[in-house]
Structures are given as C-alpha cells and as structure tokens.
Design a protein around this ligand. Structure first.
Ligand SMILES: [Fe+2]
Length: 425
C-alpha cells in the first residue's frame, strides 16, 4: 500500500477509535457495565472487545516483540472465534465490574499507541486489510453499543435518556404519501467485486462475489412503513389473527405475548394511547406517527406485509433499487438517534432511519469463500437461520453502509433499529 493510502488509513484509525470514545463519553462507568438482554453486551465490553480485535489480529502477529497488555484479556474479550483455541467466555456479563473501566481505557490507549507506531512503519498489505476489517468491526460495535444502551436504559425503572433534548423536528412532520414505484427487473448483478484500485475501499466477505441474478418485474414502496400505518395493523387485531403470521412467528407471538413493537408502551397522556421510548427518552406516539416504525422483528414485518396484501422485498430487489439511489439518509452523523419522517419524491429512506428486513436468508453468494483462518468465522458461520437486513439505521456510522452491505439477524430479533419496506409483484 502506498504512503498516501497508509497515512489515510492511520487517519481513519484515529477517527474511528475516537468516535467510540465520544459515543461512550455520555455514559457513567456503571452504565457501561450493564447487559440487559442476551443479545446485548455492556458498553465497556464493546470498548474492550474492539481493542482485543486489533491486539489479536494485528499486533500479536505483526508487531515485532509485541507484549500484550494483559494476557487474560485474550480469552476474556474474545467473542466467538472458536478457532483461536479458546473457550467462549460467559456471555452473561451483568457482573462485569472488573476489569474496571479505567483499566479498559488504559488497554485502549496502550493498543492505540502500538497501532499508531505500526501504521507509521509498515505498508504490508495483510496488515492494512486487517486494520480496515478491524475498523469496520469497531463501527459495527459502535452501533451495537447504542442499541444495547437503549435496551439497558429501557430496562431501568428510571428510564434514563442517552441524549438530552427532544427529537429535533428537522424533517416534514406530515406524512409522505405511500407510492408504488415500478421496476422492470431482468438480468442484473448484485454484490461486490473487490476493488484493488482504492486500497481503502472495503467490503465484508459476505458481499462477494458480484454475480448475476434474474428479477421479475416488481414494485417497491417509496418509503418505509410508518408508526401510523403500524398502529392500524395493531388496531385491526394484527397481533391476534394467526392468518397474517408465519407459523414460527405465530408460535412466538403466543409464547412471548408480543402486542406491539419493542419500546412501545400504553400511555393515556398521548392522544394515540401510546408512547415510545427513544435514546432521547419518552415521546408520545403522536409526535413520531409519521416516522418509520422500528424495533419490529422479521415475523412482525412479514405479518404486517401480509396484512397489507404485500410482501417484503428480496435482498436482490432491494440492492437493484439502492444501486441507483444516492447514499444519504438519517445515519449516525445526523445526531438524531431516531428515525425521521420521509420527504422527497424518489425512493426515500433506503439508507438510514432503520434497517429494512428482506425476505432473503443470509447465505453465501454463488462462489462465496470465507476469509482464511479465524477471520473466516466473521460472517461465514452465520449462514443459517438468519434473515438479511439492508440499508443501515439512524445509529449506523455514515461511512459504514453501502448498497451491497448485508446485515443479518435471527428472525425474532427486535432490539436493533429494524423496520419495514413493502414490495409487491
Ligand atoms: Fe465483534
């Protein structure tokens, strides 16, 4: 990698690492040790685990005579890399009082210092590839830290806010009418070709290889489904009518007692009878009626689509449309931290606001090969029982998402900012 690319990589390293620091700065050491649901991790753990990634995959193999910060951390902050020959540590981390936040911040500073030195001395292609992966990994954990702290604060009886102040009303507060856009489809291509021209151009292995797909004609909604529309589904007995639901979803409705999206609560103070918990505390549902509904899982998204006589888009349809759509939206850099109402006369909200569930399972594209070694565990082993989501959310770093990006979660997952885009044949 050339000296210019190396200095850009070093700058990117600094920027991403300091973003983690500023996102955590609003939280006390006590806030940072909470894990309120099995999917989540304490913010302090996110800070340590992202640092562990650089120590394990970059410094240990490539920094001459590297002395690890604490040998115990190698096991403690591994998350799922079984081929590193370690047991997976207990996922339940509620009692995570030690190591202290101070010690973890020291770990971050120690690794940063070594990384800066390494980046100023090397131009090794493999080092650069791993650093880029580590930075994209850290950005994923920045988003997770925000979704996890939202759940932690919702679980606290005091219901604290992550950020003070009400949601800014910077977008249209009246509903953008739902319109259907027609797409011819035909033979097209999706996925990424790794681009050797720009050394800092990054994609995850599951976005490759680029390959041909055939699409029938389809229609896609011009915007995401709003809270107002979802409220109609609830009022029309959406959660009590098994005919709208996939069998696995209906079993879970009965078992878990779902009646509404996560973070909705009945409240007589609001004219709608509901309020919604956000990273900025409670808002009456009437204040966010025309914003995208979020924190619904795949089963809820699918049931809503059936109720409307529609379906969810496939990921190939989604990418076909996104490929022609400018990459802008309500992402983390807006600072809003909650979906916003749509405006505009094109395909709106594809990027940002909330991740959109697709009808596609997370499987390898034709010709997919995971990365060699332990890093091959990054995406490759999660290709069973997970559905693909596209487009990023209001807590996704803006330079982290793209048209080919494939996020994935179990279909019952609700704690992410996940919402609904409708499609039709
Ligand atoms: Fe991770």
């Amino acid at each position: 990698m050339g000296p210019r690319s190396m200095s850009n990589l070093a700058l990117k390293y600094k920027a991403v690492r300091s973003m983690t620091h500023s996102l955590a700065a609003a939280l006390s050491p006590e806030d940072q040790m909470i894990q309120s649901c099995p999917e989540a991790s304490p913010v302090k753990w996110h800070q340590a685990h992202t640092t562990w990634f650089f120590e394990t995959f970059v410094l240990r193999p490539f920094f001459v005579n590297y002395k690890p910060f604490r040998e115990q951390f190698h096991r403690l902050f591994n998350s799922y890399y079984l081929s590193l020959g370690e047991d997976i540590p207990e996922k339940k981390l509620q009692s995570f009082s030690r190591p202290s936040l101070e010690e973890i911040l020291d770990f971050r500073a120690y690794v940063d210092q070594k990384m800066e030195r390494l980046l100023s001395q090397t131009s090794d292609e493999e080092v650069c590839r791993r650093v880029l992966l580590g930075l994209n990994h850290e950005q994923q954990h920045q988003e997770l830290a925000l979704t996890d702290i939202k759940h932690a604060f919702f679980s606290n009886p005091l219901r604290p806010s992550y950020k003070s102040g009400s949601l800014p009303k910077e977008r249209a507060q009246s509903a953008l009418e739902l319109r259907w856009l027609n797409f011819e489809g035909g033979l097209t291509e999706i996925g990424r070709t790794s681009n050797a021209e720009d050394a800092l151009d990054f994609c995850f292995d599951n976005e490759t290889p680029r390959h041909r797909v055939h699409l029938e004609c389809f229609q896609m909604a011009n915007r995401a489904v709003t809270c107002r529309e979802y409220l109609e589904f609830i009022s029309d007995d959406g959660y009590t009518h098994p005919g709208f639901w996939l069998s696995d979803g209906w079993n879970m409705v009965e078992e878990a007692g779902w009646e509404m999206p996560l973070y909705w609560e009945r409240n007589s103070d609001d004219e709608t009878g509901w309020r919604v918990f956000t990273l900025r505390g409670w808002h009456g549902l009437s204040e966010v009626l025309d914003t995208p509904v979020c924190h619904v899982n795949f089963f809820e998204a699918d049931a809503f689509a059936r109720w409307r006589g529609c379906r969810l888009p496939t990921e190939a349809e989604w990418e076909f449309v996104a490929d022609e759509t400018p990459l802008r939206g309500n992402l983390l850099d807006t600072g809003r931290l909650h979906p916003a109402a749509a405006n505009g006369d094109g395909v709106e909200q594809l990027f940002g606001d909330c991740w959109e569930w697709t009808a596609s399972p997370h499987v390898g594209y034709p010709g997919y090969r995971p990365l060699p070694g332990a890093l091959g565990e990054y995406n490759g082993k999660f290709m069973s029982g997970q559905m693909v989501l596209r487009g990023g959310s209001c807590v996704t770093p803006a330079d982290h998402v793209r048209a080919t990006y494939r996020n994935y979660f179990h279909p019952a997952t609700r704690w992410q900012f996940s919402g609904i885009r409708l499609a039709m044949d």
